[in-house]
Design a protein around this ligand. Structure first.
Ligand code: 5AD
Ligand code: SF4
Length: 477
């Protein structure tokens, strides 16, 4: 059975020091004998929260003498940080795990770990441990900070470790992190979710909502700013309810005002926002804080009030549209993005038309569109009126036919405008170009010297496609 561990103090990570020292000694000994570092590879599936957790695991592994590799064949440790949100995310991991059987056969020393959301579901954990005997380590979203201890135990005993907790305590502080970029960073401000949208598995895999202390968040932001970080993205399943679980209550808007004062930080992003908790106070904060970008990701999921009720979203189509009106009035150039689920149980043609209607009325800059995926253990999975796959697919295509031209038109309207871009790296489209994002989260490709990666530049938009823009740099900041 899973452990229920509710009272983990936030500084629990300190206890890992003894295992980190032991692992480091072991890895240094290996290095001095072989001349090679032990290599690790982390495969991350799913959301930014998983990306963030992977950065923490990479930070710990670097600290104990491992080196990253991007080639599975040379890895000594492979970690799958998994996602359970839709079936295809789950199937991908099973496929990869199957492929690894032969690698383990050739290299019995190889350590294979599965963590993240999949093992948090009891039957998935059972399935993985029974079907994939070559997996050595299985742990979950609440105890990944114990990775050094688990590795140390595994290497000492050679016995596989299956350790998944049903819930955690306070968010853990003090873990190292291997960040992909020096100029932008994700900051987790809370964990878990209390909303129980009827289709969603997250509340079952990430546990109840727990906010980090504002002083811990602030000191992380200040530290990052001192290291040259310009853009931060505050992460949480529902950032709008930040602070509710704290003894000294504080709102998300108040947190934004505090972070807005940090010198060196130029842009503040956040995700995800639940429409039911988007307060006037927060809209004011977005308007008043100069560093908070003019972009909001505001999933509406369905345009039908009937479906929204069945989804347990706690707002209606009209309330969502009213909220958008308020946002556009307060912040006229705001870019809105969203998540939409197509084919939720009971969705009629009329309900789907309501979804199209919201898309047309709001004119989102872009949308993540999903086919409803049955997640065992959620209330929606038990609903009788599931929608046949072909109907789902047809509606999905119709949605894109409406959505994509809107994105394209909005982008075309940007031609001729000059936007501030945070340069993120070499363009994936064309290696002679760089790419970066506007405050409104638009991807822009343009020609500029590589030295500008990590800085803010002004770019005049010259070309627009549905998914990206092209431009010419006009000056440096
Ligand atoms: N099926 C399809 N999409 C889902 N999402 C969450 N659960 C499911 C599901 N069972 C989508 C929602 C959410 C996004 C992160 O994933 O749109 O906002
Ligand atoms: Fe899932 Fe709803 Fe929580 Fe988002 S708010 S993580 S969709 S339960």
């Amino acid at each position: 059975m899973s452990k229920i561990t509710k009272d983990i103090p936030h500084n629990e990570y300190d206890k890992q020091k003894v295992y980190m020292d032991r692992m480091k000694e072991r890895n240094e000994a290996h290095y001095s004998i072989s001349g090679n570092r032990k290599n690790y590879m982390i495969l991350t599936y799913g959301c930014q929260m998983n990306e963030h957790d992977s950065e923490r695991m990479a930070g710990m592994l670097n600290d104990i003498g491992y080196e990253v590799t991007h080639d599975m064949n040379t890895a000594d440790l492979i970690i799958f940080n998994t996602c359970l949100i839709r079936e295809n995310a789950e199937l991908k991991v099973y496929g990869k795990l199957g492929e690894l059987k032969h690698l383990k056969k050739n290299n019995p020393e190889l350590i294979i770990a599965v963590c993240g959301c999949m093992p948090q579901k009891e039957e998935v954990k059972e399935y993985i441990t029974k079907k994939y005997r070559h997996v050595d380590l299985v742990f979950g979203t609440h105890n990944y900070y114990k990775l050094p201890e688990m590795l140390d135990n595994l290497l000492q005993t050679s016995k596989r470790i299956i350790d998944v907790w049903e819930d955690g305590g306070d968010p853990i502080e003090g873990m190292p992190s291997e960040r992909k970029y020096s100029f932008k960073a994700f900051i987790n401000i809370m964990k878990g979710c209390n909303n129980f949208c009827s289709y969603c598995i997250v509340p079952y895999t990430r546990g109840r909502e727990k906010s980090r202390l504002p002083e811990d968040i602030l000191s992380e932001v200040i530290k990052l700013a001192k290291q040259g970080c310009k853009e931060i993205t505050l992460l949480g399943q529902n950032v709008n309810s930040y602070g509710k679980s704290l003894e000294n209550k504080i709102s998300f808007a108040q947190l934004l005002y505090m972070i807005n004062e940090v010198e060196g930080i130029e842009r503040i992003r956040f995700m995800t926002s639940h429409p039911k908790d988007l307060s006037d106070e927060l809209i004011d904060a977005m308007k008043n804080c100069d560093k908070v970008v003019e972009h909001l990701h505001l999933p509406f999921q369905s345009g039908s009030s009937k479906i929204l009720k069945r989804m347990n979203r706690k707002y209606t189509k009209e309330q969502y549209l009213e909220l958008v009106k308020k946002l556009k009035t307060a912040i006229p150039n705001i870019a809105l993005t969203t998540d939409i689920i197509v084919g939720f149980p009971g969705e009629t043609e009329e309900d789907f038309e309501d979804t199209l209607d919201v898309v047309k009325k709001v004119r989102f800059d872009s949308a993540f569109t999903f086919l409803y995926s049955v997640r065992k253990g959620t209330p929606a999975a038990e609903m009788k009126d599931q929608i046949p796959n072909d109907v789902k697919h047809k509606r999905f295509d119709r949605l894109l036919e409406i959505m994509n031209p809107i994105s394209n038109e909005i982008n075309k309207n940007m031609i001729g405008q000059t936007h501030e871009i945070l340069v993120e790296g070499i363009s994936k489209n064309d290696e002679s170009m760089l790419s970066g994002r506007t405050k409104t989260f638009k991807l822009v490709h343009f020609k500029a010297p590589k030295e500008l990666i990590g800085s803010l530049v002004n770019v005049k938009i010259t070309k627009a496609k549905t998914w990206f823009l092209e431009g010419e740099m006009v000056n440096r900041d």
